[in-house]
Write a protein that binds this ligand. Sequence first.
Ligand code: UDP
Length: 355
Amino acid sequence: MKILVVHTAVGPLGGGCGGGVERTLGSLVAGLLQRGHAITVLAAEGSLLPPNCQGAELWQEPGVPQPSWQHRSRDAVVEIPAGSLLAACWQQVLARQQQFDVLLNLGYDWLPLWLTPHTSTPLAHLVSMGSVSDAMDALIAQISCSHPSHLAFHTASQAGDFALSGAPLLLGNGFDLEQYRFEDAPQRQLGWAGRIAPEKGLEDAAAAAAALGLPLVVMGLVEDTSYAERVAASVASGTLIWKGFLEPAALQAELGRCQVLLNTPKWNEAFGNVVVEALACGVPVASYARGGPAELVVEGVNGALAEADNVEALVAACRRAMGIERACCRAWAEQHCSLAGFASRVEHWLQGLLV
Ligand code: UDP
């Protein structure tokens, strides 16, 4: 297939502001290239394709990025700024759609969803978040009635947020596991990775690390500076070791050195890439039982689950996770989250949409 993959319009690919969507795009493109498809990626100006996606063509568009939906109120109106990147990207898609067999949107935005019945080339959407906006919920429900096979989700917890016309297509996610080195000898430290923003609950991981008397290595882009400062002030100095946003190679090396990864979503996390990335390095995960991570973490097999928002329960889960065989974590990731498995599920979905 000739596939046009459209990245989220919140910012350039490679900079971290796209969160998990950036990794999903990398896996999806690398996996589909391996299966012999011709891929073009459309993304913001300044984007970089990951090394394993160099066989794809990259189209870049200038423009003002979209505000991310997760930081707006649920009843916020759809916002498209002057000089919009989103509008520029979708103008390109409409102008050049005839060159492709299928269009694949990874952005959580109203405009591309609304366009679904209006393109001449089939337009598919891999929805990247749960419910955060009334306007998006209503449109996803509408497209689910008119074009059910054009929507796919990562997990059942995520899809459960929406009023869908039938059973959702669940694709999980995939990772280029060769890029994650198994590490059997961790240091005396815990890890936490993700965008540093309130919906990720870093303050609870910090409190749990303080209670356990272990340092917490924090990896990720600071999206909300005042929130990061509040978290830093909530525990004794030396508890948090801030690493900033790490490129994939540095991220996996840092993850591997951790005894346990703490995962503390305060929202219905759609998937939870960092959970699988830690497992791939052999790191067990202690997570709140909420959203995608609750489907990924299997108590006693690759980690431990705690009642959501309960720091004491998280501390206990972390202690249980420390007893898990690290090789079992890696094996779980290989069995459930390979690049090849994900790419073949995506391929099967897209092939079903060809006209
Ligand atoms: N990430 C990264 N460098 C960092 C911290 C995180 O590249 O220092 C990536 C990580 O690999 C993961 C993504 O950021 O793929 C976060 O995805 P996740 O699904 O965990 O959360 P989201 O940001 O989508 O809510």
